[in-house]
Design a protein around this ligand. Structure first.
Ligand SMILES: Nc1ncnc2c1ncn2[C@@H]1O[C@H](COP(=O)(O)OP(=O)(O)OP(=O)(O)O)[C@@H](O)[C@H]1O
Ligand SMILES: [Mg+2]
Length: 190
């Protein structure tokens, strides 16, 4: 099986789409934006009012993606936070973008997200939800993380490309929002 997929993931608002567009252009890889892919292929089953998010047909999406990436000569950047739809056998590297919850909160508020959706996402970021999920799905040797807090888009792009090219410089374990937020934590987790 050719490993022809680079996954860029992270909590909503961490910058996945922004940097994936640039990186796919620079490296000459095709780009799959999971959110657009499910919309364009009618893979949405409904809307979850409680969580303010779409319900995706995971099985069908996965099948369609498997077909799309089946040619080993094609290389892809695939970006999104729905890891269940990604054919893990094709994954070479998965990069998890992390962001200081305080900055993330500001970004999501500016997007006009409802209060409970902001809270859910902040909690996921603090609890390393996507990092843990990525390690479970792809294996720890394939997973990298970057603290994007305070990095410009350009700086971040360079870091990601470095990881893709060398397979180094982003071993998980350097992000600890519990420690960084300290006594401020309860403001975000309650
Ligand atoms: N390194 C950065 N520095 C400052 N702002 C950034 C950076 N990266 C992205 N942004 C801004 O943050 C916002 C969110 O970025 P983006 O839409 O790429 O996130 P996303 O992870 O794709 O979110 P979603 O999961 O909801 O699609 C955008 O307004 C973008 O311009
Ligand atoms: Mg996006």
């Amino acid at each position: 099986m050719t490993q022809n997929l680079i996954v860029i993931t992270g909590t909503p608002g961490t910058g996945k789409t922004t940097i994936s567009e640039i990186i796919s252009r620079e490296l000459g890889f095709k780009l799959i934006k999971i959110a657009d892919f499910v919309k364009n292929n009618n893979l949405i089953l409904g809307y979850d009012k409680e969580f303010n998010s779409y319900i995706v047909d995971i099985k069908a999406t996965r099948k369609k993606l498997e077909m799309l990436v089946s040619n080993p000569k094609d290389f892809f950047i695939i970006e999104g936070h729905l890891l269940d739809v990604i054919p893990e056998k094709n994954v070479k590297i998965c990069i998890v973008l992390r962001l200081d919850p305080r900055i993330l909160k500001k970004r999501l508020s500016e997007r006009g997200y409802p209060e409970n959706k902001i809270k859910n996402n902040i909690e996921s970021e603090i609890l390393d939800v996507l990092l843990v999920e990525a390690i479970q799905k792809f294996g720890k040797e394939k997973v990298f993380e970057i603290d994007t807090s305070g990095l410009s888009v350009k700086e971040l792009v360079l870091k990601v490309i470095k990881i893709i090219k060398t397979g180094k410089n982003g071993t998980p374990g350097n992000v600890d929002w519990f420690k960084k937020l300290g006594s401020e934590l309860d403001k975000y987790l309650l």
